[in-house]
Design a protein around this ligand. Structure first.
Ligand SMILES: [Zn+2]
Length: 118
């Protein structure tokens, strides 16, 4: 008798690195050319740090246990308004000072955010 086993992938490819699927509440983010593993918190948006990229993070959602990439939303901040006043609105054409929010594509929870520096 042949027993068919369903193969469930246990690894993912993230920025050309083979990694294990993140545990529940864990996330991978790619900053400064290396992969950081961070833990997410319930009802709290985790600060990831300063970033140069708008790349989504790979995470395991605490609320709906969705595993995959996050949706990213670019949000203008007060820092950008101050910069705009100092640079005669020139900085409004770039994304300096904006924050990137990472949200779950299924339950729309904002899980993490980072600040864009250039
Ligand atoms: Zn979710």
């Amino acid at each position: 008798m042949i027993v068919k086993k369903f193969y469930k992938p246990r690894t993912i490819v993230f920025h050309n690195n083979l990694l294990c699927i993140p545990d529940i509440g864990m996330a991978y983010c790619f900053y400064n050319n290396n992969i950081k593993q961070i833990s997410l918190k319930i009802n709290k948006t985790v600060f990831l740090g300063y970033s140069h990229t708008k790349d989504p993070i790979y995470f395991n959602c605490l609320k709906c246990s969705h595993i995959g990439y996050s949706n990213t939303i670019l949000v203008k901040s007060y820092t950008q308004l101050i910069l705009a006043l100092l640079t005669c609105a020139c900085s409004l054409f770039s994304n300096i000072g904006s924050s990137i929010y990472h949200s779950c594509p299924i339950c729309k929870t904002k899980v993490a955010y980072s600040l864009l520096i250039y």
